[in-house]
Design a protein around this ligand. Structure first.
Ligand SMILES: Nc1nc2c(ncn2[C@@H]2O[C@H](COP(=O)(O)OP(=O)(O)OP(=O)(O)O)[C@@H](O)[C@H]2O)c(=O)[nH]1
Ligand SMILES: [Mg+2]
Length: 224
C-alpha cells in the first residue's frame, strides 16, 4: 500500500522460471499483489511464482497480448504496474514511478528505456526495430511517445474500462499506449534503466517487428 493506493504488479510469463524468481525477489514492500500469468509454461515458472507469494493465473491462448489481457483483468489494485518476467525492467523504480503518476495527475505512465543506460542490454537490430516502430507511431498517430515498445507501464486501473485492447500478440504494447492516449487519458513517460535479459529470448524479432508495423497501419485505418 502506498499513499493509500493498492499496487498490483502483472507479469506475463512464457517459461521464465529463473527470470521471475529474480523479478519477484526485487519487488519493493509497497507492492500489495503480484499476478503472474502462466502462458503455457512447460518449466517451473508457476511453482516458483507461487512459492514466492505471487498469484498465478493461467492463459492458454499463446501470446504476450493474450497473457496481458488475462493478467490485467485479474489485478485488483488501484494502480497496475507491468513488467516482463525476465529481469530487464527495474522493480526498484516502482515507488518513484507511482509517485510521479500521482504527482503529475497522469492516468498512464510508460517507462522509457531510451536513451539506454546499459547499451549492452539491447542489440543493434532491436534498437533499430524500436526506432522504426516509434517513428511510425509518431507519423501515423502524431503521438509524442519516445518508447512505443516499452513493456513497463504504471496506470490507474480505471483506465482498463476506457481502453479497448484487442491484440493477442506483441502489438499489445503499442496498442495499450495508443489506447490510453486516444481515449483521452493523461499520458506521460519516465526514464528507467533497462538491463540484460535472464533466460532464453522469446521475441522473434523479424516476425514480431513486422507484425507490430502492420498492426500500427491497420489500427490507424480502423482495421485493428
Ligand atoms: N514473446 C512472447 N512472450 C510471452 C508470451 N507469453 C508470455 N510472454 C512473456 O512476455 C514477456 C515479454 O517477452 P520477451 O520475450 O521478454 O520480449 P522482449 O522483451 O521484447 O524481448 P527480450 O529482449 O528477449 O526480452 C516475457 O516475460 C515473456 O515470458 C508469448 O507467447 N510470446
Ligand atoms: Mg523482455
Amino acid at each position: 500500500m502506498r499513499q493509500n493506493l493498492k499496487l498490483s504488479v502483472v507479469i506475463p510469463c512464457y517459461n521464465e522460471e529463473d527470470g521471475v524468481r529474480e523479478v519477484i525477489g526485487r519487488m519493493p514492500k509497497s507492492v500489495d499483489e503480484i499476478v503472474v500469468v502462466d502462458n503455457n509454461c512447460t518449466d517451473r515458472t508457476a511453482a516458483v511464482a507461487t512459492s514466492l507469494g505471487a498469484r498465478v493465473v493461467a492463459e492458454k491462448v499463446p501470446g504476450y497480448g493474450a497473457a496481458y489481457k488475462t493478467g490485467l483483468a485479474a489485478a485488483t489494485g488501484d494502480v497496475i504496474i507491468t513488467m516482463d518476467g525476465d529481469g530487464t525492467y527495474p522493480p526498484e523504480e516502482i515507488d518513484r514511478l507511482v509517485d510521479e503518476l500521482v504527482a503529475k495527475k497522469w492516468d498512464f505512465l510508460s517507462a522509457s528505456r531510451f536513451p539506454l543506460t546499459d547499451p549492452k542490454a539491447m542489440n543493434f537490430t532491436n534498437r533499430v526495430g524500436n526506432w522504426v516502430l516509434t517513428v511510425t507511431a509518431l507519423v501515423l498517430f502524431f503521438v509524442p511517445i519516445k518508447d512505443s515498445q516499452s513493456g513497463m507501464w504504471v496506470f490507474k486501473r480505471d483506465m482498463l474500462k476506457r481502453m479497448r485492447l484487442k491484440s493477442d500478440g506483441m502489438p499489445l504494447s503499442q496498442e495499450i499506449k495508443l489506447e490510453a492516449i486516444l481515449r483521452g487519458g493523461k499520458f506521460g513517460e519516465s526514464h528507467i534503466p533497462y538491463g540484460a535479459r535472464i533466460g532464453e529470448v522469446k521475441l522473434q524479432k523479424w516476425r514480431d517487428g513486422w507484425l507490430n508495423l502492420t498492426h500500427l497501419v491497420a489500427k490507424r485505418f480502423g482495421a485493428a
